[in-house]
Write a protein that binds this ligand. Structure first.
Ligand SMILES: Cc1cc2nc3c(=O)[nH]c(=O)nc-3n(C[C@H](O)[C@H](O)[C@H](O)COP(=O)(O)OP(=O)(O)OC[C@H]3O[C@@H](n4cnc5c(N)ncnc54)[C@H](O)[C@@H]3O)c2cc1C
Length: 441
């Protein structure tokens, strides 16, 4: 059994914002084949990067060395019904895992917005959803195994190699090739989603009350306006219902929005009206949906976009959002596409989790690229980053930011500890790339 590499492969991330030409592209089917790739890389002094679903909006998965696509290592290895735990190969897509878990009467207690992402990929960058009693997705991991640069398989969990475990839960792809992941699951459940219109002021004035009212509370703010959509998701025993929305279901809304956003690249102030128009068109009435949990958590994202998403201390939510709104009001030439998505996540003790030791509020901003056209975003991006830094924020590892090692040293109490673990496991930097050099050098 010898793994074969492919030359001339072009990798592009989902948003088509970053890509690369790896020298060799491998699709191993088992641990032995991954080991062969690492052996070859060691002999030839090459760098290696694993890629999962390729959904990271940044260049964190890019390399000009060897790329290992984990898509053929996607089996479910063990379902422990008593403990409600599932062990999977790291390349399994969550969309496949969700369906399989459901057959066993199980589910993950929280999920991000999309499902064509892998087990190792989502934990690696600290993927999160919302719910102040829920941590980032990596907090659902109870054990994992990885193959180090030296060719050793390391197993770790809360009780075995604990330091390595706390580093590997958000691993940034730089500790080794993650081979297996064990998730703690919960009994399969249904969710009811209720979304209703509100205002910026109302939501910020009553934040605590919203957080108490719904297990998975989040809201969407339509910048350049007061408009907000509140979204509650909660457990339910009622039968599934789906609110028909012909505008989204038949993609008419997407085509119209893309066209209008393209026009607005010539008339930037039009964005203020586009944001208001779409709120009026789609979000002014109460909408109710009920279904299996993963069908409610996930949605189909059709738009390629640039994105930033920082986690700030939860007590800074009002201050940060008010400043962001003021920034836009004082600078009408700055364009902010809808929505700004606000989510809430429980603190944890994972070394590089943006929620390390604090409950957090994530503020997700986007700029679309209508028909692939670039919309100027520098002023918005820098203004947002300045506010996020001022209130003690930490950027999402998979999304845009301009931070370097100096920033991360200040942001993360456990940063040095993570670095020491990484340097011990990978002294030559086999698993680094240009993106990670900014983090570690
Ligand atoms: C439409 C869309 C919606 C999104 N929604 C959310 C959201 O709701 N919340 C959120 O937090 N994020 C969200 N994201 C970001 C996304 O969840 C993360 O980028 C996630 O890491 C993607 O998983 P992936 O499998 O595609 O990983 P990739 O992008 O392929 O890889 C991510 C990192 O993991 C490493 N890696 C992958 N597999 C392995 C392995 N086996 N061993 C070692 N390293 C590995 C890669 O090298 C890379 O560093 C979204 C992205 C998109 C495009």
């Amino acid at each position: 059994m010898t793994v074969h590499g492919q030359k001339g492969f072009k990798f592009q991330n989902w948003a088509k914002t970053y890509g690369c030409y790896p020298e060799m592209y491998f699709q191993p089917t088992c641990v032995e084949e991954v080991r062969q790739v690492l052996d070859l890389a060691r002999q030839q002094n090459k760098r290696v990067k694993a890629v999962g679903g390729g959904h990271s909006p940044s260049d964190i998965a890019c390399t000009d060395g060897f790329m290992i696509h984990m898509g053929k290592m996607n089996r479910i290895l063990k379902v422990d019904k008593e403990k409600r735990q599932v062990t999977v190969e790291a390349g399994i897509l969550l969309m496949d895992l969700n369906v399989e878990l459901s057959k066993h009467g199980l589910a993950l207690s929280n999920l991000g917005a999309v499902a064509d992402v892998t087990a190792a990929g989502v934990i690696g960058t600290g993927t999160h959803n919302t719910g102040i009693k829920h941590g980032i997705l990596a907090t659902q991991v109870v054990a994992l195994s990885l193959l180090t640069a030296g060719g050793t398989i390391m197993e770790c969990s809360e009780t075995n190699n604990e330091d390595l475990f706390k580093a590997s839960q958000v691993h940034l792809g730089c500790l080794g090739i993650i081979l297996t992941v064990t998730f703690q699951c919960v009994p399969k459940y249904h969710l009811q989603e209720i979304s209703f219109p509100s205002t910026f002021k109302e939501v910020l004035d009553n934040l605590d009350s919203h957080l108490k009212k719904s297990e998975y509370f989040r809201f969407l703010w339509f910048p350049h306006s007061e408009n907000v959509t509140v979204i509650y998701q909660d457990h339910t025993n009622k039968p599934p219902i789906s609110a028909a929305n012909w505008f989204w279901d038949y993609a008419i809304g997407f085509y119209l929005l893309e066209f209008l956003l393209w026009i607005s690249t010539f008339l930037p102030r039009l964005v203020h009206w586009i944001n208001r128009f779409f709120f009026w068109l789609l979000f002014t009435s109460k909408v109710e949906n009920r279904d299996l949990s993963y069908k409610i958590f996930n949605f189909e994202c059709r738009f390629k976009q640039y994105v930033q998403d920082w986690a700030i201390p939860i007590e800074k939510t009002v201050e940060a959002l008010t400043e962001l709104k003021t920034l836009l009001e004082n600078n009408p030439h700055v364009v902010a596409h809808f929505p700004v998505e606000i989510r809430f996540v429980k603190g944890d003790n994972i070394l590089l989790s943006p929620c390390f030791q604090r409950d957090s509020c994530y503020v997700n901003i986007i700029i679309y690229r209508p028909y692939g056209k670039e919309v100027p975003r520098l002023d918005y991006w820098l203004g947002y980053e300045r506010i996020m830094k001022k209130v003690g924020g930490r950027p999402h590892w998979a999304k845009a930011h301009t931070c370097t090692r100096k920033d991360f040293e200040k942001m993360y109490p456990g940063f040095q500890k993570f670095c020491a673990i990484r340097e011990k496991l990978d002294p030559t930097g086999m698993f680094l790339n240009a993106c990670l050099e900014k983090v570690f050098y």
